[in-house]
Design a protein around this ligand. Sequence first.
Ligand SMILES: Nc1ncnc2c1ncn2[C@@H]1O[C@H](COP(=O)(O)OP(=O)(O)OP(=O)(O)O)[C@@H](O)[C@H]1O
Ligand SMILES: [Mg+2]
Length: 455
Amino acid sequence: MSGKIDQLTPRQIVRELDKYIIGQDNAKKSVAIALRNRWRRQQVEEDLREEIMPNNIILIGPTGVGKTEIARRLARLSGAPFIKVEASKFTEVGYVGRDVESIIRDLVDLAVNMVREEKTQQVEAKAAELAEERLLDILLPPVHDPQQLESGDPEAEESYQKWQRVREKLREQLQSGALDNRKVELEVPANTSPVMQIISPMGVEEMGMNIQDLLGPMFPKKTKRRKMAIPEARKYLIQEESQKLIDMEDVVKEAIERVENAGIVFLDEIDKIAGEEAAHGPDVSREGVQRDLLPIVEGSNVLTKYGMVRTDHILFIASGAFHVSKPSDLIPELQGRFPIRVELENLTTEDFVRILTEPENALIKQYTALLATEGVKLDFTDSAINEIARFATEVNERAENIGARRLHTILTTLLEDILFNVPDEKMKSAKITGKDVKKTLKDIVEDEDLSRYIL
Ligand SMILES: Nc1ncnc2c1ncn2[C@@H]1O[C@H](COP(=O)(O)OP(=O)(O)OP(=O)(O)O)[C@@H](O)[C@H]1O
Ligand SMILES: [Mg+2]
């Protein structure tokens, strides 16, 4: 098993999450425990290990308070295969009959790419070497006859030596970039014929299989010759060589193992499939979707194009606002599979101040960086930050509570002029004070209609 999370203790996981998400300590703690428990499970002796089920979690909380953000960050930091799906999409028209098993198939695809990417990096240096040799072969094809050379023919020996000297000179030029404008011709796969795509039947597509893959052995892949500049050719050859160096069977095996033991599925908007059936309208049965989800959450085998995948130990994190419905409106079987419930809190003005400034991706940092590209030094005074946070709280109370998302709208409104005027108007710096914030926002905030549209 690889994945950085293996080395992180629950405290460390929380500390990592703290870099991006303000507050929500309970939620961070729960996901940290769930992740560490997975690692702990791996260490348990086999018989018992199979009995230990993941701590599936439901994150409950109003919109814009960090539910998705926590899951997203967790995925990045864990290096585990991670997929986010909106549970509600399975009830939408057009998705009718689209099986929820596609979640697992997508997750496996993702894991295969992830492992392949890692392996590609491991063989990168070797592949680059091989690609260089191939480029040299193209630029200066071997002239000598191996048999003559073998027999010790002095003429052949001499021409070989000469060939090698030229080759080494070319190598220097190649490495220095002196040949970058030169074009070479390479054999590349021709596009799959359009006919194949048209006849591809729905069912096969649904299975996640590609008709070319199925028919592949019967129709050898066509190739064509293409001219490209050296840098492009080099990239292409490196890719081709690393593909040869990587054993796809190993990749698939490892990817499936990773999905089965470390995969995370984030089921967003789970509340939208809970509760009363819509009396009419386009919704298909919400309960139906819950029943469909049950086997994969409970643990079953899903057929993917890479083989069977067991879902028993995949971690499911569900999330929803649960304004209208409650977790207890889910069918009991599904409730039972999400034993951990965590409520996220509403964000306060103080939280907003911190969200604006502290996270590594804080909005103020983002806009400061954006304007720095135009040579403008953007500065917010403390009172400006406080005012922005205060306005955000006020508008959330008056209009709709959209949590930290309100900060986005307020900041874009506040900075619109600067963002528009730069760089046509020359400026070196822009200082935003509390007064400026008040001046720009007060009228909008006080006019309820205006704030509804603008903020
Ligand atoms: N506690 C927080 N700390 C830092 N940033 C936050 C926090 N909560 C929300 N944000 C920011 O607000 C935005 C929306 O948050 P997020 O997507 O997590 O909302 P959510 O809780 O999933 O809402 P929804 O129920 O609408 O899906 C993100 O850009 C995120 O960076
Ligand atoms: Mg969300």
